[in-house]
Design a protein around this ligand. Structure first.
Ligand SMILES: NC(=O)c1ccc[n+]([C@@H]2O[C@H](COP(=O)([O-])OP(=O)(O)OC[C@H]3O[C@@H](n4cnc5c(N)ncnc54)[C@H](O)[C@@H]3O)[C@@H](O)[C@H]2O)c1
Length: 254
């Protein structure tokens, strides 16, 4: 097992990609703090599945868009499981709107959840790692839209593009402390976030036509590389984004 004896916090892990990462980490031997925003029942189900693997789990409600919540989330996870070794900044959301119609409130919500939450949850964890003279692993869940345009999602693209640079910057600033920082850029992974596209036959066919591997991604496709990046196998890997997109980012046809 790759993560034997490790402890991890996975934000937004009551469903989707975060849920799969939390469960995969438990199967790899890690104890896991499950963070949720709205659905306590779903989070408890994930925690139950982690305990069924013989691992410890704690459930913590927090809105990562609020800096005070990020600090409390890390404090509660740390208190319940002991020092964290791994942080996965997975919580994210998007609000679709043409650029000219984006409101300040929607801009703030998308930036706060995707970018500010990643920034300040990482800060809360890294402060503890520095205070304890410990190293650690940070895995940020970015998106192919850190690189690839997505009309109707200007704020989401801005947030994920910023995560790309945050990942590189923290990797360099924190490297001498034994902290690695990497990102995963998922393509089209079938979850609640894109159900409007994946469950609409026309939109789904259009999407599949642009994916060289000719299928949607599964949360497990992302969880596998997250487990690698959190493990000792990735000890010398930092500052990079790993695309898990079936080849979509480099697709071009005329
Ligand atoms: N599914 C995809 O195709 C895809 C592609 C690229 C990137 N991503 C990214 O993967 C991550 C997970 O998304 P998903 O596909 O599993 O979607 P999802 O909607 O199923 O999961 C998002 C999770 O984030 C949580 N969350 C949202 N706002 C939060 C907040 N303020 N505080 C705490 N938690 C919050 C949700 O409760 C949920 O658990 C996101 O960062 C998303 O941007 C997904």
């Amino acid at each position: 097992m790759r993560l034997n004896g490790k402890t991890a916090l996975v934000t937004g892990s009551s469903r989707g990609i975060g849920r799969e990462i939390a469960l995969r980490f438990a199967r790899e031997g890690a104890d896991v703090a499950v963070n949720y925003y709205g659905s306590a029942d779903a989070a408890e189900e994930v925690a139950g599945a982690i305990r069924a693997e013989g691992r410890r789990a704690v459930v913590v409600q927090a809105d990562v868009g609020r800096t005070a919540d990020c600090e409390r989330l890390v404090a509660e996870a740390w208190q319940a499981l002991g020092p964290l070794d791994i942080l996965v900044n997975n919580a994210g959301m998007e609000i679709k709107a043409p650029f000219v119609e984006v409101t300040e409130a929607d801009f703030d919500r998308v930036i706060d959840t995707n970018l500010k939450g990643t920034f300040f949850t990482a800060q809360a964890v890294v402060r503890r790692w520095i205070a304890g003279d410990r190293g650690g692993r940070i895995v940020n869940i970015s998106s192919v839209h850190e690189e690839l345009s997505f009309p109707g999602h200007a704020t989401y693209c801005a947030a994920k593009g910023a995560i790309r640079m945050l990942t590189r910057d923290l990797a360099v600033e924190l490297g001498e402390r034994g902290i690695t920082v990497n990102a995963i850029a998922p393509g089209a992974i079938a979850t609640d976030i894109n159900r409007d596209v994946t469950e609409d036959p026309r939109a789904r066919a259009g999407l599949l036509a642009r994916i060289p591997l000719k299928r949607l991604g599964r949360p497990a496709d992302v969880a596998g590389i997250a487990a690698f990046l959190a493990s000792d196998d990735a000890a010398y890997v930092t500052g990079s984004t790993y695309f898990v997109d079936g080849g979509m980012t480099w697709f071009h046809e005329e």
